[in-house]
Write a protein that binds this ligand. Structure first.
Ligand SMILES: [Zn+2]
Length: 500
């Protein structure tokens, strides 16, 4: 397909009635994913995720995008990560009760994620008013006010209730991968496995306008290539316009991911010889399955026989079960194990913790062990009481894996900067040993992203870089322009990109 977008440009929405994309989040940042696809006759929203991070970011969630939700025809959700789906629960109150298309595994995960998010919002505001909320603050050095404002005079936002989450869940439409589906007259859709988390998808839209057809691909979050627990993904489908994430774009060319298994072996040895318990803050959907899958492999080598591993996140346990229910989406090795009647996410020393009671029981445990605990950002969830018991002790051991949100306590700890913290009202000097494992990202690295868009040999007429900070987007732009002759744009939030 020839590139047809030589004249594509950033422009004001009101200028053209041509198909267009308007970015309402995750444009020059990594949360709040939300893009409107607009034609003369149809409006489709791709993702509606939460802004996350400092309180000023969270407060942005209160203000919905400047669009008439009652005139939306459909919503498509790429995957069940909160920064892509977390505001879907607002849709009924905003006037949209139409279909929300996603893959079948995502349609199973989303009700759990949205219910959990609604419960968390309710709990946070109640705790805030009672002064009993979880707090996790770096006291020394004081946080960079430009990144982390701790202005908690306003209630945390309550965007929707559990009832809204239930209503939205009834509108989910699970669609098989690789099957064309007309989602609104003039726009048909096909989902492609993105191998980022179970059920994750890139979205291909074919938009008919007049006598023309335009194909637009939204990458969603793209998983790494190489051996993971998920099936290998393909390249970007042929399209006129590719909208792609660039989260990892700033990594210098030529650097390679470290050996994850070797790093995990070191953690296990340190636990064994030091008789320490490693606390690993973990995202429940994605990172937790990556870690458990790696640990299961090491267990089969006999490395974990004497080391209990605690998975302290009911959502992570359910996500692993969902993986097993969809073996065709898993790697050949994982599929073969399931075929033999074994789960690739289970091993003898793994203990799944379903309740806060069980979680509290193992907090502060002595002896060799590993605790995988949500949440990865260290701002809520069971990880806080594990950190509270571990950080202040010389024998504490905390291992961060992959991405940490800039300005968060997790970042300050992971970078070895935090000297004194307050967790749930307890002030602690940080004495624990802190490590950071690289190479466990659920995102393709910059070279892999470039290969994803350029690897098929087809050159899109326009590449739009959204998800990623500016350094990452500029790095990704350089890579893409070195690989192929195309046009690359980096829209800001609220910008509209005309497609013709
Ligand atoms: Zn994601």
């Amino acid at each position: 397909m020839a590139a047809r977008y030589a004249r594509s440009s950033l422009c004001c929405k009101s200028v053209s009635k041509s198909p267009s994309l308007t970015f309402f989040g995750a444009a020059g940042e990594v949360t709040g994913s939300c893009t409107l696809v607009e034609t003369e006759h149809a409006r489709v929203l791709i993702d509606f995720g939460l802004f996350q991070g400092a309180m000023s970011q969270e407060q942005r969630n209160r203000v919905p995008p400047a669009l008439d939700f009652r005139r939306l025809n459909a919503v498509v959700c790429t995957h069940a990560h909160i920064d892509h789906c977390g505001r879907l629960g607002m849709l009924p109150r905003l006037g949209f009760e139409g279909p929300i298309f996603c893959t079948e595994p995502t349609a199973t995960l989303l009700p759990m994620v949205l219910r959990s998010s609604a419960n968390l919002q309710k709990m946070r505001v109640e705790e805030f008013r009672e002064g009993t909320g979880p707090d996790a603050v770096v006291l020394d050095p004081p946080p960079d006010s430009s990144l982390q404002d701790d202005d908690r005079h306003e209630d945390p936002p309550v965007l929707y209730a559990r009832g809204d989450a239930e209503r939205v869940s009834r509108n989910l439409v699970g669609v098989p991968y690789r099957v064309w589906r007309e989602i609104v007259p003039g726009i048909r859709m096909r989902l492609h496995d993105a191998s980022h988390i179970i059920g994750s998808a890139s979205v291909e839209l074919e938009i008919t306008h007049g006598a023309s057809r335009t194909r637009v691909v939204f990458s969603g979050d793209i998983g790494p290539s190489g051996e993971t627990y998920l099936a290998a993904r393909g390249h970007a489908p042929e399209a006129d316009v590719v909208v792609m994430e660039s989260t990892t774009g700033s990594r210098p060319i030529g650097t390679h991911a470290p050996d994850t298994d070797a790093s995990l072996r070191e953690v296990i040895e340190h636990c064994r010889h030091g008789r320490r318990t490693a606390i690993m803050p973990t995202f429940s959907v994605g990172r937790a399955q990556v870690l458990v899958h790696h640990l299961a492999q090491l267990s089969r080598e006999g490395l974990l026989d004497d080391i209990p591993v605690y998975l302290d996140s009911p959502m992570a346990i359910r996500a692993a079960e969902l993986c097993v229910q969809h073996p065709t989406l898993l790697s050949g090795t994982a599929r073969a194990m399931i075929g033999r009647g074994h789960s690739p996410f289970e091993f003898d020393s793994l203990h799944c913790l379903w309740s806060r009671k069980h979680s509290l029981k193992i907090a502060g445990r002595d002896g060799a062990g590993i605790v995988l605990a949500g949440s990865g950002f260290c701002d809520a969830g069971p990880v806080l009481h594990h950190l509270e018991t571990a950080l202040g002790h010389d024998r504490g051991f905390v291992v961060f894996t992959g991405y940490v949100l800039p300005g968060s306590m997790a970042e300050s700890l992971a970078n070895g900067v935090a000297k004194r913290v307050r967790i749930n009202g307890t002030e602690l000097d940080v004495r624990a040993r802190i490590s950071r494992l690289q190479g466990l990202s659920g995102h393709a690295d910059a070279d892999q992203m470039c290969d994803w868009v350029a690897g098929s040999g087809h050159v899109p007429g326009l590449v739009v870089l959204n998800h990623g900070d500016d350094a990452a987007r500029i790095g990704m732009e350089s890579r893409i322009l070195a690989a192929m002759t195309t046009k690359v744009v980096r829209p800001a939030c609220q910008d509209t990109v005309a497609l013709a």
